[in-house]
Design a protein around this ligand. Structure first.
Ligand code: AMP
Ligand code: MG
Length: 334
């Protein structure tokens, strides 16, 4: 087994108090959220934030999301536009991040030197309690080495980091298993943009703000003044094993020879295919369940010794948009 293994905290109040204290003292702790596990640090402590980048191998140009216990606290960190109220009322606590004009207290390190800060009020009970107990705002990017598949279980954090992350709060499996949706709200509701798809669909966000969202890739985000961020770049969330994608419902084009092949379906297939090993994200093709399982399955298959994995894309509606976004980036070679 593993030497110098990390210490796993559980959900007892005594453990949560210890986690809160560690964070207040500038330590890093991996925490469960309803999206994925985050590597948390006091967002206003520059040394702690710098260590988050260093442990993850994350470039300093990729800004962090700051997690708050309550929407009212946003005004400490950022200018609050009127549209935020509608979004916060509808989706917070929950998997929606908004990008706002920052105030001076937020260290440049957190925002990659830009004039905006990304904020979110998470819904996970343990995460919320830890924020309260720490008394901090928590910067918490996904707890994985930069560019690799995000963690949706405490065990994934240990597998990726070993003793580099000495403290992990185990909150079981993440409810959504996909990162938050990110909305650019720094230029008001009419110029709201979706910077990253997530468990909340763009249609739901549009309904809440009463405006269409301009969807933004990295290029668009740059035009609006957002920092270019590798979370938006092509290759991300990537296993080491090559991925071949196919449209929803299509059969895989198998390789001839050259090792074991994994075929991933959205739902359990009715008939077994010869010569491959098959996996599915959901018994009956439920997109929420598929989203919850996508990173865990990518990690499992990546450790499974396959020469290639063939993944079926989801239908491009609702949460399927976010699933496909992650799969496309995971499959990108550069
Ligand atoms: P994660 O590792 O999932 O926490 O990723 C955080 C992501 O939030 C970054 O990669 C960016 O895509 C996005 N983000 C954070 N802060 C900003 C910002 N100020 N402007 C635009 N995007 C941001
Ligand atoms: Mg990430």
């Amino acid at each position: 087994m593993f030497r110098g293994a990390p210490l796993f905290f559980r959900e007892t109040e005594a453990d949560l108090i210890r986690v809160g204290k560690l964070l207040r003292e500038g330590e890093l702790v991996a925490l469960p959220t309803e999206t994925v596990y985050g590597l948390a640090a006091d967002a206003l402590n520059e040394n702690a934030v710098r260590r988050v980048f260093s442990v993850k191998g994350r470039p300093f140009l990729d800004p962090l999301i700051v997690h708050l216990a309550a929407a009212e606290a946003v005004e400490v960190l950022a200018e609050v536009p009127p549209a935020l109220e509608r979004l916060a009322e509808r989706f917070w606590p929950g998997p929606l991040t908004v990008v706002l004009r920052k105030k001076a207290v937020v260290p440049d390190l957190v925002t990659a030197g830009g004039g905006t800060v990304a904020v979110r009020v998470p819904a996970h009970r343990l995460m919320r309690r830890v924020i309260e107990l720490s008394g901090c705002f928590l910067a918490a990017p996904s707890a994985n080495p930069f560019g690799y598949v995000s963690p949706t279980r405490a065990e994934h954090v240990r597998e990726s980091f070993g003793e580099k992350v000495p403290w992990i709060l185990d909150g079981g499996e993440c409810e959504h298993g996909l990162e938050s949706a990110i909305v650019w709200l720094a230029d008001g509701a009419k110029r709201a943009r979706l910077l990253r798809s997530g468990p909340i669909s763009s249609e739901e966000i549009e309904a809440a703000i009463g405006h269409r969202l301009v969807s933004g890739d990295a290029g668009n985000a740059e035009k609006t003044g957002a920092q270019p961020a590798p979370g938006m770049l092509s290759r991300h969330y990537s296993p080491f094993t090559p991925i071949v994608l196919r449209e929803a419902g299509a059969k895989p084009t198998l390789r001839v020879g050259g090792g074991r092949q994994a075929v991933v379906w959205l739902r359990r297939p009715q008939v077994a295919m010869a010569g491959v090993e098959e996996f599915w994200l959901s018994e009956n093709g439920d997109l929420r369940e598929a989203g919850r399982n996508v990173f865990a399955l990518a990690r499992r298959l990546d450790a499974g010794g396959f020469a290639v994995m063939h993944w079926e894309l989801a239908p491009g509606t609702g949460i399927g948009v976010a699933i496909n976004d992650r799969l496309r980036r995971a499959a990108a070679r550069a």
